[in-house]
Design a protein around this ligand. Structure first.
Ligand SMILES: Cc1cc2nc3c(=O)[nH]c(=O)nc-3n(C[C@H](O)[C@H](O)[C@H](O)COP(=O)(O)OP(=O)(O)OC[C@H]3O[C@@H](n4cnc5c(N)ncnc54)[C@H](O)[C@@H]3O)c2cc1C
Length: 138
């Protein structure tokens, strides 16, 4: 279904001051800069950011470098410390369950084999989610 045709509008750039459930609707208090407004919504979709949980691991002592808050890895999920691998949300890339699984499998194969295995880094998931995003954004 096309979101615009379905009457779905997106409001961005607001701070949500309050949300109240009244008579099957959600009343929201919104702030944009110095302006405040109240509006009524059928549904509220809440999305919050996520970041890699790398604090307190003393990675720098092990020679593991970070890049944009994530552990820097090569195509084999190998960190900047040769014998340390990282996979999933801590590594840079898509923070998705399928990607984490795929990367962990790839790292394990590389560790247990001398063969050169290039990780797909969740390429299949990327294509799948791109399709969903394209479908939703039409
Ligand atoms: C609300 C929410 C909804 C999501 N929905 C989807 C979805 O629909 N589809 C999708 O593909 N992905 C989804 N994700 C993302 C998905 O859950 C993650 O990408 C995936 O779980 C990453 O796997 P991981 O193994 O890297 O990390 P995790 O699953 O977070 O596993 C890390 C583990 O390490 C443990 N740990 C942390 N620090 C330490 C430490 N110092 N010592 C020992 N253990 C430690 C933690 O307790 C945890 O068990 C969602 C995430 C959230 C938060």
């Amino acid at each position: 279904m096309n979101s615009k045709k379905a009457g779905i509008t997106s409001e961005t750039g607001y701070i949500v001051k309050s949300l109240e459930y009244v008579d099957d609707k959600v009343k929201g208090g919104l702030i944009s800069g110095k302006k405040e407004r109240e509006d009524e919504f059928d549904l509220v979709l809440l999305a919050v950011g996520r970041r890699a949980n790398v604090e307190g691991l003393a990675l720098e002592n092990a020679g593991v470098q970070l890049e944009n808050g994530h552990i820097k890895v090569n195509e084999h999920m190998q960190t900047t410390a040769e014998n340390i691998y990282a996979a999933g949300d801590v590594a840079d890339g898509w923070m998705l369950a399928h990607t984490a699984y795929d990367e962990a499998m790839c790292a394990a194969k590389k560790i247990s084999s001398t063969a050169t295995i290039k990780c797909l880094r969740g390429q299949q998931c990327r294509e799948w989610y791109s399709l969903i995003l394209r479908w939703g954004g039409q």
